[in-house]
Structure formats: structure tokens, C-alpha cells
Design a protein around this ligand. Sequence first.
Ligand code: BG6
Length: 279
Amino acid sequence: MSIKHIITDGTASAEVYEHGATLTSWKVDGIEQIFVSEKAILDGSKAIRGGIPLVFPHFGKVETSKLPQHGFARNSKWVVIDQSKKNQIILQLLPENVPEELRSLWPNQFKLIYTVTLEGKALTTKLDVLNTENKNDGKAWEFTVLLHTYFKVPSIETTYVSGLKGLKYTEKINNILDKIEDNENIVISKEVDRVYNDIPKTITIKKEDSKSKIELNPTNTFKDVVVWNPWIEKSKGMSDFDDLEYKKMICVEIGTVSNFINLKPGENWTGSQTLTAKL
Ligand code: BG6
């Protein structure tokens, strides 16, 4: 069984599982902002379907790696290293915490530190990636990374994603490269699996025809944003996702996935996103 921890700040609260360091709930004034499938497996035997799974050391499937899709961070049991503030939790992942069968597929020395902080109506999730190889004879390694956030929406039909107009993107479903987004307000009405490049400072998810919004502010260390909704057929193929749940969620995922980040021994990389609820 995986343990979950609760943090609070005023009327806001959040829940984070040790399994995958996956945040599974963020409530502002009692209203849930994060989607988790009713069929999600929460016992630590599978990545959680929903919340904010962490994608590391690579996004999707990589030809040169035998690791499963989206890497091992979301499938590992993280260790809580600081809970001294009631509005913050800090977790750590070392190679020894990664299931052996996955660790052997990516035999590099690293430390991940994940900090989740609530401040009023804002939630910040920050990931630090350190190359802990020996500085004298250790090796550099490379990774891609993603905060795979599932947002809960009242209805996908009245949900808009704005801030991406003019950006170049790849539509992964049929591998169409170099499309340009020409919508100010993107509405999802079919399966969508896109990687947008050169992300802006602010992306907004407008819900129920703009009655409420969430603003996403990534640090500039993140270069891409993935927008994903499995729609009808893909939903039917996922055992841990109800057939109709595609209507109640949208993934807007801040990351660096188009190009690998290279870290030398002793170097570190930090990326964070702040999500602000405007109710
Ligand atoms: C998204 C990918 O980030 O995650 C999609 O762009 C993928 O291609 C989706 O289908 C869910 O992945 P998984 O491994 O959790 O089923």
C-alpha cells in the first residue's frame, strides 16, 4: 500500500502519494482542481492514472532505451525528506529507491528532489535533478522530463486552453510535424496528443466558458508543453481509465521533451510550475 501525505494552506489542501511522488488532489476553497481516474490503481503496483505523475528520465518510448514509456520516476517509491512546514512536502528519489528491474535499465547516478508547496490559491511543484556521478571519473547523462498534470474540468466541451497561439507543435497521433497553432482558445473535440515548443510564460485553462480558470506559469528551464486527451477510442483501451472520463479531464503537461538535457557530474537542473486557481 502506498502512503499519502496531506499539506494545507488556509482553505487549500493537496495530497501527495509516496508512490511516484504523485500529487493526486489539489483543492482550493473545497473545489478539486486535479483529475484522478475512478479506476486509478493506488496501491503502488502501477503508475497512478491522474494527478501529476513525474516523467523522468525520458518522455514516451525512446528507441535507445529499454525503460518503459515515461521512465521510472512515476513507478518508484519516493522518500519524504522534509515535512516541517504544513504547506510543503519535499520528497527524494535515489537509484536505490527505483525498482531493481528498472534501475538496471538506466544505470546512472542521480538524485531527484521534488518540492510541493501551497500558497493561497497557488500550487508550486518543483523538480531538482542532480547528476551525482563521481566528478573525476563519472559520466555525463541526458534526460527529458515532464510534469504530467491531469486537470479536472466540468466538461471538455466548455474547456479552453489559451496562450499557445502562434507556437509550433507536433501532433503525435499521426506524427505531423511543424504545425502552427492558430487558435487563441483551443477546444478539444477529438483525440489530441500534441507537443508544443517554446512555451510561453503563461498558459490558461478556462473552464465552464471562463467561469473559472487555472493559470500555469512554468520556469524558462522548461521548453515544451504537451496537451493530451485520449478521447473515445483510446479511453476504451486503458484499463485504469473509465470509458467516459475523457470528458472530465485535460492534460496540460509542462516539460522538456523535444530535446534531451545533458548533465555533467556535479551539475544540476531545476524546473518548476506554479498553478494558480482563479475561481
Ligand atoms: C502523454 C503522451 O504525455 O501521456 C501520450 O503524450 C500518452 O502519448 C499519455 O498516451 C499517457 O501515457 P501513459 O503511459 O500514462 O498511458
